[in-house]
Design a protein around this ligand. Structure first.
Ligand SMILES: C[C@@]1(CC(=O)O)C2=NC(=C\c3[nH]c(c(CCC(=O)O)c3CC(=O)O)Cc3[nH]c(c(CC(=O)O)c3CCC(=O)O)/C=C3\N/C(=C\2)[C@@H](CCC(=O)O)[C@]3(C)CC(=O)O)/[C@H]1CCC(=O)O
Ligand SMILES: NC(=O)c1ccc[n+]([C@@H]2O[C@H](COP(=O)([O-])OP(=O)(O)OC[C@H]3O[C@@H](n4cnc5c(N)ncnc54)[C@H](O)[C@@H]3O)[C@@H](O)[C@H]2O)c1
Length: 212
């Protein structure tokens, strides 16, 4: 199966998670960094989900699923341990709504990749359902390779690129300067949190370009 990978903006959109077990917890935790309006429908929820409910991050409808629960939802997660319930969720899903089934049965509008977030950098892994365990392993490898310091590095790159775009008008120079931000020396200084060196390098590079 060739899935189409995209990064969705689901801020302020309604997302309904049917089921409140470990898989629901996993999906909700992946949704929390967004500003989606998350509703969980289930007679039981895990302790973590209950905490999110008390913190106001998730709305809990504390009962068995009913078709009207899906009204207005953009994304729907059928993550109960009952095939018949997941089937009922599928039946109630409108053609324009996007459905994910944790049991990978029936209608599958999207599957969930494993995600590593480092600020604005998002690394995702999927095997198109072939082996989710491998997906998890590769995610852990990536999390190690791209450690937490990457968030600050990406933030520096973002600001430096903006500065170049706003101050350099020559197209060719602009492109060259942006490309040279990927110098491994900068990455190293960013890892050491040496922002003085990073900024010095950036401004020296911009001055040098001016002279050419
Ligand atoms: C990436 C991740 C994200 C997430 O869960 O959101 C995710 N599964 C994760 C882990 C994981 N899942 C399972 C195991 C046990 C080992 C095993 O069975 O393989 C482990 C490993 C573990 O937990 O260590 C069991 C399992 N998973 C699915 C089925 C049904 C089936 O295959 O038929 C069954 C059998 C259930 C049963 O036995 O009844 C199906 C799906 N799981 C997917 C995603 C989608 C495809 C992703 C891809 O392309 O790889 C897809 C198709 C649908 C979906 O859920 O979107 C998350 C990594 C968490 C992380 O980030 O660390
Ligand atoms: N995609 C994945 O990563 C993955 C991993 C493991 C399992 N699975 C699949 O996901 C399913 C769920 O796994 P789990 O570990 O979260 O199970 P679980 O038993 O921990 O949770 C099931 C949840 O569904 C709720 N539920 C049952 N009937 C319901 C109804 N009528 N309406 C609303 N909620 C209802 C239960 O109250 C419970 O909260 C498994 O059966 C398996 O098929 C997927």
């Amino acid at each position: 199966m060739n899935y189409f990978p995209i990064m969705l903006n689901i801020d302020h959109k309604k997302v309904v998670v049917v089921g409140g077990g470990q898989v629901a917890r996993q999906k909700i935790q992946a949704l929390l960094p967004t500003k989606a309006k998350i509703t969980v429908v289930s007679p039981t929820v895990t302790d973590e989900i209950e905490t999110y409910v008390y913190e106001g991050k998730v709305k809990w409808i504390n009962r068995y699923f009913e078709p009207t629960d899906l009204e207005g939802a953009t994304l729907i997660f059928a993550v109960t341990d009952q095939k018949e319930v997941n089937d009922a969720v599928e039946q109630a899903t409108q053609p324009w709504q996007l459905l994910s089934r944790a049991d990978a049965k029936g209608r599958v509008d999207f599957i969930n990749p494993a995600v590593v977030r480092r600020g604005d950098l998002t690394l995702t892994v999927a095997t198109s359902g072939a082996h989710p365990g491998l997906t998890r392993k590769l995610k852990e490898d990536l999390a190690e390779q791209f450690d937490e310091t990457y968030s600050d590095y990406i933030e520096f790159l973002k600001k430096a690129r903006r500065e170049i775009i706003e101050t350099v008008s020559d197209k060719q120079k602009k492109r060259e300067l942006i490309a040279s931000l990927l110098d491994p020396q900068l990455e190293q200084w960013a890892k050491e949190q040496n922002w003085e060196k990073c900024n010095e390098y950036l401004h020296k590079m911009m001055e040098d370009q001016d002279k050419v």
